[in-house]
Each structure stands twice: as structure tokens, then as C-alpha cells.
Design a binder for this molecule. Structure first.
Ligand SMILES: CC(=O)SCCNC(=O)CCNC(=O)[C@H](O)C(C)(C)COP(=O)(O)OP(=O)(O)OC[C@H]1O[C@@H](n2cnc3c(N)ncnc32)[C@H](O)[C@@H]1OP(=O)(O)O
Length: 417
């Protein structure tokens, strides 16, 4: 028997007060099928900006939530302000009645009013946010590497000055932050981490462990200091015949140069009593792809990572750098944010860009989600043409725009928010 769908309704929406945190978490935990865990709750609360939260109400009952986080995120050209959208949840009793739609529209209106150009999110399911103009901007890879296939290639760089050191993560936190900060401006998608976010990343209570053992750290250093690190857990296990069968769960690995990068990976791949490494969120162009003697043993899988919404085209398009010259007129479709709708000219080269309204004939027609998908530089546009999503009216215009928007390093957020 199928039940009748409940009627859509328009919830009242307002920011949530700090005192309403327990109500907010009750909705969140119900929506995510999560159990209350005091340490996780405290970590989450420490990064929330209440004046950027939104609650949807049915009468006086909170039935839906979302929040914005103020990030400085690297885009092609350098770090820029980006709103990180998170904590989207709707009570199961009120789902599929338009609560999320109301929250998303209100959030985008608020961001536009505040003069914010870009929003980013990690989606729980990939089918949700395209309808609100978000584009899939980042792909990531996950690797399941058996130890027998983990040999490094002969050409893998090394540096005899480098030493490995096993360290307690909290004790080398300053070094980890320094390495991350050196890498952050080089890769679109990486965002600055507040002290609270670092604390959350390095948290190591039972809830953070999820049965996978303590957080471990190895650093690669020379006399001048730390040049790379890995954060990981080890699922210690043995087969029925007592053969060691542990698994390294790689959480994060950054290094400032290729030799340090290879040295840290080398340790992760060659840990005693472990038969495999599971690296669950790596960039799509992870150099490890070129460093294994037999890269098929990466057993790579592919997922969507960050989604980008260009909230305000007029601010966002001249705010990034471009890889090549282009002069294209784009008819943008954006029913959710009508201020973006219409015909625009992008004139750019490697020195800068202008983005202005025009009445000239359109070279391309694109939904705004395509510009979001391409914004961080990781998405050639031909794929949208092949999928029937992008229309080209002047031959060559799509390639021109695509070449201008692409960047030489694949985007990657690296840490779910
Ligand atoms: C950035 C983040 O925080 S991601 C986390 C998202 N939250 C979760 O996954 C928690 C569990 N799920 C939920 O809380 C809810 O089901 C939500 C937030 C995903 C959806 O909320 P709802 O209020 O049911 O969405 P709403 O009724 O506004 O639906 C809007 C549209 O999205 C569609 N939609 C809703 N949920 C999904 C989904 N999981 N997958 C695909 N489409 C979806 C609806 O069918 C509807 O489509 P239509 O416009 O074509 O009719």
C-alpha cells in the first residue's frame, strides 16, 4: 500500500539562536540516523556560526536546518571568501514537502544580500543539489592498495636528508598546520582551517575512532623541519589462521615537495602487519598515480566531492584567474537566482577578466550549475555539451571558455565540512 504524499508547505524560516542548539541537534540526528555523542556534538558546535544558521519551522516546531561557514578557499588565482553550506537536515515527518527547497532559496537570497559570491558543499547524496544550481566541481578518488602492489616506481623521488618520525598528532600540530598552510594556496578547493577545525580533525576519542584504532601520525623531516605528514588509523586484524591482515586507513597526507610526499606515502604503504591501505579521499590527480611501479594496484574508485554554487556571477567571474584568453557571450539560465539570469560577456586573459551584461548574440547557453562545476578549474566543458546540458551557438566558443577556465592542478577540498 502506498501512502498519499503530504501537501507541500512553506515553513517559516529564521536564524537559530545558540539556546536552540539541542533542538537543532535533535533534528540533525534524526535526519542523519545518528546517535547523540557529547564529544561530536561539542566539536560541531565549536565550528558553527549561529548568525549564519537557518531553521525551518512548522508552527513552533523546528523541522529543518542548514548553516553557513565562512571559509577562505583557494580558487584559481588565490584564496577567496566562500560560504561552506552544511548541516542540511529535514525531519523525516516533513520530508518531500518542500522544506529543503525553502531553506536553499532563503540561504541563497541571504548570501546574495550579504554580497557573497560563492557557496560550496559536500552532498550526502549526489542527486540533491543540482536543482538548486550547484555544480559538481570536484571529483575525488579512493584507493584500496594491497601491500603486494604497493612497490614504488624506480623513478620515485627521494632525498637522503629526509627522516621519518612517528609522532603523536597533537604534539606535532604546529608542524602539520605549517605544511598544510604551505600547500593550501597551490590547490583550488583547499580551505583555511580554523583552530576548532584542526582540533576536530585531530580528535581521538571513541566517537572519532569509530572502532578503527587511535589516530596515528608520521612526519618526514630534515634538519630544517617537517616537510610532509600522514594522519591515519590502523585497523589491526588477523585472519582465522593468524596471518597479519591489518588495514591502514589514510585520512590525510600533505607534503611540500615530491621527495617528502613520496617518503610519507612509502611509510603508509609499507606498514608492518598490514596487508592493505584504504585512502578514502584523495585528489583526482594525486601524484601517487605516477609513483607506484604498478598503478593498477591502486584499485581506484571515483566519487563526487565538493559542489560549487555561483551565487553572484557578477562578483564571482572576475574574482578568479583564467588560464587562457577568451571572449565569449553566455546566456545563463538560473531560475533559482534570477539576478544571474541573462546574457553576459566574459573577456579574459591570463592578466584578468571582465564580466558584464550584453545584448550581443549568445555564443553559448549554460545553466549556472555548469559555471559552478567549472569554477575551480577541474571540469572541461565538452562533457556538458555531449550530455546535452550546454548549448553552443558559435563553433569553438565552448573550447575557448573551457581552456580559459581549466587549471593545471585538480581542485580538491580534502576535508568534509
Ligand atoms: C550539505 C549537506 O548538509 S548534505 C546533507 C543532506 N541531508 C541529509 O542527507 C539528511 C537526510 N535527508 C534529509 O534531511 C532530507 O531528506 C533532505 C534534506 C535530503 C531533503 O529534504 P526535503 O525537505 O525532503 O526536500 P524537498 O521536499 O525540498 O525536495 C526538493 C526536491 O529535491 C528532491 N530530493 C529530496 N531529497 C532527495 C534525495 N535524497 N535525492 C534526490 N532528490 C531528492 C525532491 O524529490 C524534490 O524534487 P522536485 O523539486 O523535483 O520535486
Amino acid at each position: 500500500m502506498t501512502s498519499q504524499p503530504s501537501p507541500r508547505f512553506s515553513p517559516a524560516i529564521r536564524t537559530l539562536d545558540k539556546s536552540e542548539w539541542p533542538l537543532w541537534m535533535a533534528v540533525f540526528q534524526e535526519a542523519f540516523n545518528q546517535e547523540f555523542a557529547p564529544s561530536r556534538d561539542a566539536r560541531f558546535k565549536s565550528v558553527v556560526e549561529f548568525d549564519r544558521s537557518l531553521g525551518a519551522f512548522d508552527g513552533d516546531v523546528l523541522v529543518g536546518t542548514t548553516a553557513g561557514l565562512s571559509f577562505s578557499m583557494t580558487v584559481p588565482g588565490g584564496p577567496r571568501p566562500v560560504c561552506g553550506v552544511t548541516a542540511v537536515s529535514v525531519l523525516p515527518s516533513h520530508r518531500r514537502r518542500g522544506v529543503l527547497s525553502s531553506l536553499m532559496r532563503r540561504q541563497l537570497d541571504d548570501l546574495h544580500e550579504r554580497g557573497e559570491a560563492l557557496a560550496a558543499l559536500y552532498a550526502s547524496e549526489a542527486g540533491i543539489y543540482g536543482r538548486f544550481g550547484y555544480g559538481r566541481a570536484v571529483d575525488n578518488l579512493f584507493f584500496r592498495i594491497p601491500r603486494r602492489g604497493a612497490r614504488l616506481a624506480a623513478h620515485a623521488p627521494s632525498d637522503p636528508a629526509l627522516r621519518l618520525r612517528v609522532a603523536r598528532p597533537a604534539e606535532v600540530r604546529d608542524d602539520l598546520e605549517r605544511v598544510f598552510e604551505a600547500v593550501r594556496p597551490t590547490r583550488p578547493g583547499l580551505y583555511a582551517r580554523s583552530a576548532e577545525r584542526w582540533s576536530a580533525l585531530l580528535a581521538d576519542d571513541e566517537t572519532a575512532r569509530r572502532g578503527d584504532g587511535p589516530l596515528r601520525c608520521v612526519v618526514a623531516e630534515d634538519d630544517a623541519g617537517v616537510r610532509g605528514y600522514a594522519l591515519f588509523r590502523v585497523k589491526a586484524q588477523f585472519t582465522d589462521h593468524d596471518v597479519p591482515d591489518g588495514e591502514v586507513l589514510l585520512m590525510e597526507l600533505f607534503a611540500v615537495d615530491p621527495a617528502a610526499y613520496t617518503t610519507v606515502w612509502g611509510h603508509v604503504l609499507d606498514r608492518d602487519l598490514c596487508s592493505s591501505v584504504f585512502a578514502y579521499n584523495r585528489p583526482a590527480d594525486d601524484p601517487i598515480i605516477h609513483l607506484l611501479a604498478e598503478p593498477r594496484h591502486l584499485n581506484a574508485g571515483w566519487l563526487d566531492e565538493m559542489w560549487i554554487r555561483v551565487v553572484d556571477l557578477e562578483r564571482a567571474m572576475p574574482m578568479r584567474a583564467y588560464s587562457a584568453a577568451a571572449d565569449v557571450v553566455i546566456e545563463v539560465e538560473d531560475p533559482v537566482c534570477p539576478w544571474n539570469q541573462g546574457r553576459w560577456r566574459l573577456s579574459c586573459d591570463r592578466e584578468g577578466a571582465t564580466w558584464s551584461r550584453t545584448t550581443d548574440p549568445a555564443d553559448l547557453t549554460l545553466p549556472v550549475s555548469v559555471l559552478g562545476a567549472a569554477y575551480l578549474g577541474g571540469r572541461p566543458l565538452g562533457t556538458f555539451h555531449s550530455a546535452g546540458i550546454a548549448e553552443e551557438h558559435r563553433r569553438g566558443a565552448l573550447r575557448e571558455l573551457s581552456a580559459a577556465m581549466l587549471w593545471e592542478i585538480a581542485p580538491w577540498g580534502g576535508l568534509t565540512f
